[in-house]
Design a protein around this ligand. Structure first.
Ligand code: FE2
Length: 248
């Protein structure tokens, strides 16, 4: 009987969570035509309506800045943001929007840190991501340089990097160096694979997540999030009192 209980161990069935408890979504690609996210203003407005319907009060959208593929600049991103804001006002959508960026750790990013030319949100927070294929050189150095320049680094979707799966010493070391950690809510759905799902659950259980995000590129991501509202681990992380989303 014990064996069957373990194999079929089920998480408790929960009522659908009102995502309004998170207040603000951090990490999405909602400015049309400048990265692999929204393709048109119409699509951006549909996505923003859906965020509002899910309960969010605000989104901080984070277009990619990657020197090889997405050569976005503060001018391009903030120019795009203004157009989205105008369209939101015309449509009367009940949501606030800000923009920063998701910086890819490459040579150009290291230069931008030194030039003090990073797009930030909240209290000087900077969202950055790594290559998925292998841990790039300079992660610790980039974190140190950001902190020295007065920035507060946040590593995007920590649970998705194959080289960090269950690497708890490394992950604790990143936090000890002053790097906050962001989790993609949809990692809990299994959309990035069973290993990432398990890692997302474990990292929530270990209480190592500072902020969560949709990483929304299209409506499918918000469909998945809606379906996750009864998920035990989403309830667990959303009820964390000092989750950064609630004060952004
Ligand atoms: Fe992203």
């Amino acid at each position: 009987m014990g064996i069957f209980q373990n194999i079929f161990k089920k998480e408790p069935k929960l009522e659908p969570l009102d995502l309004g408890i998170l207040q603000t979504d951090l990490h999405s690609h909602l400015i049309p035509g400048i990265d692999d996210g929204s393709k048109s203003m119409e699509m951006s407005l549909d996505l923003l309506k859906r965020f509002s319907a899910l309960g969010y009060k605000k989104v901080i959208t984070t277009p990619h800045i990657m020197s090889d593929y997405y050569k976005n600049t503060p001018e391009i991103i903030l120019g795009g943001l203004e157009k989205v804001k105008e369209a939101i006002a015309i449509e009367g959508i009940n949501i606030e929007i800000e923009a920063a960026a998701e910086y890819y750790l490459d040579h150009r990013f290291r230069e931008l840190i030194k030039e003090k030319n990073l797009l930030t949100f909240g209290d000087r927070y900077v969202l950055f991501e790594l290559s998925f294929t292998a841990e790039p050189p300079g992660v610790k150095e980039a974190i140190f340089e950001m902190i020295m320049e007065g920035y507060k680094p946040i590593l995007a979707h920590i649970e998705r990097y194959p080289f960090y799966i269950n690497e708890w010493d490394t992950i604790n070391n990143l936090r000890e160096r002053g790097c906050l950690l962001q989790l993609n809510i949809n990692s809990l759905s299994g959309q990035y694979g069973p290993q990432v799902k398990k890692m997302a659950e474990t990292i929530i259980d270990k209480d190592l997540i500072d902020v969560v995000g949709s990483d929304c590129h299209h409506m499918g991501h918000l469909d998945l999030m809606e379906n996750l509202r009864t998920n035990f681990h989403l309830h667990k992380i959303a009820n964390k009192p000092n989750l950064l989303n609630k004060i952004l």
